[in-house]
Design a protein. Structure first.
Length: 485
């Protein structure tokens, strides 16, 4: 339990040695909390943990390791400038006596690391620096580091989130090999399309409750959708959001090596177009390609009837596009600058004359935006880093609205913000639609797409594989369509 929130409620679940047990659920379902409890990072307020039938107290990650539980988190914890061997045995490097005392026994370090990787059937140079490895190899090193504790339970949190398709298959072989050695694998994933390929059994959490556990043979898209969403209450999009049959953006056969393939669609004036798909489907990559943040290898982008050659952010902004990126802290904001600065970054050309940026103009624009978007801030000279997540997100959006765009690209605009802030974000998008400004909305929360959008494209493996109208669409139906091959 967290202050004012019950994250898990009376969850009873078991993980068996030799089996890969997938744990799924939408954001806020309780997966992360359960993993943190198992790994000793968070203490439960009630309940018991049993390991091999014996009740244990896990008050810290050290206790978890002692009880044979190792966790590999989505955010890797390797030291880039150390070798593979050093990272695997980090904090436990073997020592040997020397004339002046104890020193690291480097031969033993690499011998142990080599033996562990050999046992895992992994071919990797243990003397190579981690910084020289790709993401997939770093993920393997992280797993090897966990396996160096000889765990009976291995928890993998979104292990494939940053991997390409062929890298995922290699990782799956490694995980299956560990399961065959009798290790109980707890596999947390948002990529529901992976379940059939890797899991033996699937458990679903929803709003802190364990909804059920099924063998993979019973885990059809329909079953998973029903367990994840239950009876969904359809929220109505406001009336009066008319879409004019005037194309404002046309994407024709757009392709990008190793990511996007023959993408083709049209966006109309005032339309809110959603893009649905599982993690890794190419949604973010598509928005970045349209905005020119990533280069394209084929196809064309037409804005207002004009074909754009070699799109880049400066050119696309000039044509009336704005992009709120998926990661607001890394790509959407400059935390050490003020709210005023951050609200005016994209429109500095409008607020300057003869190369001089006028602070008074910035303040006027910033105060107007704060009022229109209801950004909770006492003073526009306040650092943007001091704001809540929801208000920071409004600053990111406001920054681009101040460029007076014709098309807005929203990449996960409600990630990490509370329910009230989400509704305010939806209202901003709907207000844009009323003004004839078109939007493309990418969201992992399928309920949001159904609630907010006029029409939804479905992506899988870098391709648009379907299109549905949002009116009358059920969330579980959209999930099934996103999961199907």
């Amino acid at each position: 339990m967290y202050p004012g929130t019950v994250a898990l409620t009376d969850v009873s679940i078991g993980f068996e040695g030799g089996r890969i047990h997938a744990l799924i659920g939408k954001n806020g379902a309780g997966k992360s909390t359960l993993v943190k409890i198992i790994s000793g990072a968070v203490q439960p307020t009630a309940g018991t943990i049993l390991v091999n039938g014996r009740a244990v107290q896990i008050r810290s990650p050290r206790d978890a390791f002692r009880e044979g539980i190792a966790t590999v988190y989505q955010e890797l914890s390797l030291v880039p400038e150390l070798t593979v061997g050093e990272n695997i045995l980090f904090g436990r490097l073997p020592k040997k006596r020397w004339s002046r005392g104890l020193v690291v026994d480097w031969n033993e370090v690499f011998t142990r690391a080599d033996a562990l990787l050999d046992d895992m059937h992994v071919d990797l140079d243990t003397k190579k620096k981690v910084s020289q490895l790709g993401v997939a190899q770093q993920q393997v090193v992280e797993i090897a580091k966990a396996m160096s504790f000889t765990p009976s339970v291995l928890v993998l949190d979104e292990p494939t989130s940053a991997l390409a398709h062929h890298e995922v298959q290699n990782l799956f072989e490694l995980i299956r090999g560990l399961a065959k050695k009798g290790v109980a694998i707890v596999y947390i994933t948002h990529r529901l399309q992976e379940l059939e390929a890797i899991a033996d059994v699937v458990s679903v959490l929803r709003d802190g409750d364990l909804i059920g556990t099924v063998n993979i043979e019973e885990a059809t898209p329909e079953t998973i959708a029903e367990m994840m969403f239950g009876e969904v209450v359809q929220k109505a999009r406001p009336a009066g959001l008319a879409v004019e049959q005037e194309p404002v953006l046309e994407v024709r056969h757009l392709s990008r090596k190793d990511g996007l393939y023959d993408i083709d669609f049209t966006l109309y004036k005032g339309e809110v177009l959603g893009i649905a798909g599982m993690l890794g489907s190419g949604k973010t990559e598509l928005l970045r390609a349209i905005f020119g943040s990533d280069t394209i290898d084929g196809g064309e982008i037409v804005v207002g009837g004009r074909t754009v050659t070699r799109p880049n952010p400066a050119r696309m902004k000039k044509l009336g596009l704005g992009l709120t990126p998926e990661s607001r802290k890394e790509e959407g904001l400059i935390p050490l600058l003020t709210v005023r600065d951050n609200l005016c970054l994209a429109s500095l050309n409008r607020l300057s004359s003869n190369g001089v940026i006028w602070k008074r103009r910035q303040q006027t624009v910033a105060k107007k935006t704060v009022e229109e978007l209801r950004i909770a801030v006492g003073d526009v000279e306040q650092l943007v880093a001091s704001l809540s997540g929801g208000n920071q997100q409004k600053v990111v959006v406001g920054n681009w609205l101040n460029t007076e765009p014709l098309i807005m690209l929203f990449d996960e605009p409600t990630r990490g913000i509370d329910v009230q802030a989400k509704q305010q974000m939806f209202q901003i998008i709907w207000d844009l639609s009323r003004r004839g400004i078109s939007s493309i909305l990418v969201s992992s929360e399928l309920e949001e797409l159904v609630e907010v959008c006029h029409r939804i494209l479905i992506m899988r493996n870098g391709r648009v594989v379907g299109e549905v109208g949002a009116d009358g669409l059920r969330v579980d139906t959209l999930l099934e369509l996103s999961m199907r091959d």
